[in-house]
Design a protein around this ligand. Sequence first.
Ligand SMILES: Nc1ncnc2c1ncn2[C@@H]1O[C@H](COP(=O)(O)OP(=O)(O)OP(=O)(O)O)[C@@H](O)[C@H]1O
Ligand SMILES: [Mg+2]
Length: 270
Amino acid sequence: MRTMGKEDLEEIVDSLMDKEKKRFKDRDFFKIKQYVFDFRTVRNLLKLFNRGILKDFTWIVSMGKEAVILSGVGDRGPVAIKIYKSVSSFRKHLDYISGDFRFGFRSRSKLLDLWVEKEFRNLQRFKKSGVRVPEPYARSGNILVMEFVGDEGFPAPKLKEVRDPGIDPEIILRDILDNVTRGYRSAELVHSDLSEYNVLLWRSKPWIIDVSQAVTTAHPRALEYLRRDITTIIRFFRKRWGIGLDPDLVLNGILEGDHVERADGEDTQG
Ligand SMILES: Nc1ncnc2c1ncn2[C@@H]1O[C@H](COP(=O)(O)OP(=O)(O)OP(=O)(O)O)[C@@H](O)[C@H]1O
Ligand SMILES: [Mg+2]
């Protein structure tokens, strides 16, 4: 296979921009170029292209404060490419890492890569336990490549954007809580930032994303985060669809090991 250089990468990004020009503001293209052509990001992207893991970019999915998400094509099909740019609230992130015995403290300059590593490993661990998260494919420095949740390059909507889910919303809520339960009991992880913004609805199923800040159940604040996750998601379903589950009962159920039935009666995920 031909080795790709910076110029080839530039060409790909330019073609992405031309192709989709009408759909994005110039400001966004400028920002994406800044992100993508940051020296270390170029180096890490080239590694992924040259390893054959990445084949193309297709879309700009999201531009957040800390990360840009692109859709692309990988060796196994559509992928989401999460490029971490900055860890803005450094202190907050340290709080999630320092209490976590899997990650010793490292220098600030390595924090971004550490964050990607953390998200990658958390995705693996959730996935292994049957929690419905995107499958992680690869990582390179500040870049994470994972399964794309959505059809034909269009990302599935966040719960926040869903008005009519097409099925009984309570089924979706119970499915999410079932995933939280599996996460806690089997993966021994607490998401810690669960909300209507970090759950995508795809083919009537909730997919949990953005797991970089998840902590192990051994973290000193794990229970506090678990309670917050449950409360936040139940509050959203109550406000939007009037579903009245009691967060304390749900929390106790998870901690005391009550069986939480899968709402759709399926054993497998996905
Ligand atoms: N695997 C994926 N498949 C499809 N879309 C995705 C995937 N991962 C992320 N996205 C899209 O990108 C958005 C941002 O992703 P994520 O929540 O992981 O990043 P973030 O750091 O929270 O970014 P932000 O600062 O915008 O909140 C998601 O809301 C979703 O729309
Ligand atoms: Mg998010």
